[in-house]
Ligand binder design. Structure first.
Ligand code: SF4
Ligand code: SF4
Length: 319
């Protein structure tokens, strides 16, 4: 199966696979989550930016991967032959009525024009992602300033990979800083350093995912090897040694659930100041969303062994 991974941007603006480069005034946001206490210090608002260069097989936010808005279809909500509005507006003739009294959508032929989502009265077809001005997003974030002040919280950029929209991430962070809002990021680091560098200068805290030190395995399970991730991480630690950073590893059965894998990442994290290390437990909470966007969840019903995870956590905490 072809991987629909996004190109890694190399310069200013957004670089597409054809090499054309454009500057975006707005960014693509797919969710804003309030009152989070797990994504940085204090109470925080998480701004999820759409687009990711990686295609991790275990990804729990598959709707975050494409760098533009896209449709999601929940067949359970379709009201069938009393409606059929979507069938009539699709420019690709991509939607067909079935004898189950539901429509079927050919996601592979979809151009994500969003026309069907605009007319669906039942909420069966919705759009993941919308383009928004940075100031508009920070206006929404700022409404909870009182909670941030009391708890030491603020705004966290997440994704997807927020550094993929580096100019937009920068605009959000500058605006947040201008309004006195604490800032954090959750990144997989798979964006070249020269593209990401300035973003880190507007951050108070960083979560940096390192999934494996094994380049071949990283490529097999995420679509890219780990060279850009490790280069950006090392550059970030050297350029901003004071930036409080947490390296995180999602522990995935069959991929990186070995003592050697975890020791190797732990040793890298521990070699820098102001850097701690945390393991994240594998889960399958996002599998329904794969069905909604017409994708297959490749890892099936695999589980991570509890005792093994506890052992790996001990190793991650060893000095
Ligand atoms: S988003 Fe896709 S399925 Fe919906 S109308 Fe456009 S092309 Fe057709
Ligand atoms: S517009 Fe929505 S409810 Fe109507 S047929 Fe299409 S998917 Fe079903």
């Amino acid at each position: 199966m072809a991987i629909d991974r996004a190109p890694i941007p190399l310069g200013r603006g957004t670089t597409f696979a054809c090499g054309r480069e454009v500057r975006v005034e707005k960014g693509c946001v797919f969710n804003i989550q309030k009152y989070s206490v797990h994504d940085g210090p204090g109470i925080r608002t998480i701004v999820y930016l759409k687009g990711c260069p990686l295609r991790c097989k275990w990804c729990c936010n598959p709707e975050s991967q494409l760098e533009k808005p896209q449709i999601a279809y929940n067949i359970e909500k379709c009201i069938g032959d009393v409606c059929l509005l979507c069938e009539g507006v699709c420019p690709r003739h991509n939607i067909a009525f079935m004898d189950t009294n539901k429509v079927w959508i050919d996601h592979g032929n979809c151009i994500n024009c969003l026309q069907c989502a605009k007319v669906c009265p039942a909420g069966a077809i919705i759009s993941y992602g919308e383009y928004r001005e940075a100031s508009d997003v920070v206006d929404e974030v700022e409404r909870d300033l009182t909670f941030y002040s009391r708890s030491g919280g603020g705004m966290t950029l997440s994704g997807g990979e927020p550094l993929l929209q580096a100019d937009y991430a920068l605009a959000l962070l500058k605006e947040a800083k201008r309004r006195g809002i604490n800032t954090a990021i959750e990144t997989c680091g798979c964006v070249p350093w020269k593209r990401a560098e300035e973003v880190f200068s507007y951050l108070d805290y960083a979560f940096f995912d390192i999934k494996s030190m094994d380049a071949q395995k990283h490529k097999e399970w995420t679509g890219w090897d780990n060279s850009v991730v490790l280069d950006t991480f090392r550059n970030m630690r050297e350029a901003y040694p004071e930036l409080k950073t947490r390296v995180r590893t999602p522990v995935v059965p069959g991929f990186n659930d070995t003592e050697d894998d975890i020791r190797a990442i732990r040793d890298l994290a521990r070699s820098y100041p102001n850097t701690d290390y945390e393991l994240l437990r594998y889960h399958r909470y996002g599998t329904t969303k794969y069905t909604f966007i017409g994708k297959e969840y490749e890892l099936g019903d695999q589980e991570l062994d509890d005792a093994l995870f506890e052992r790996l956590k001990q190793i991650s905490n060893e000095e």
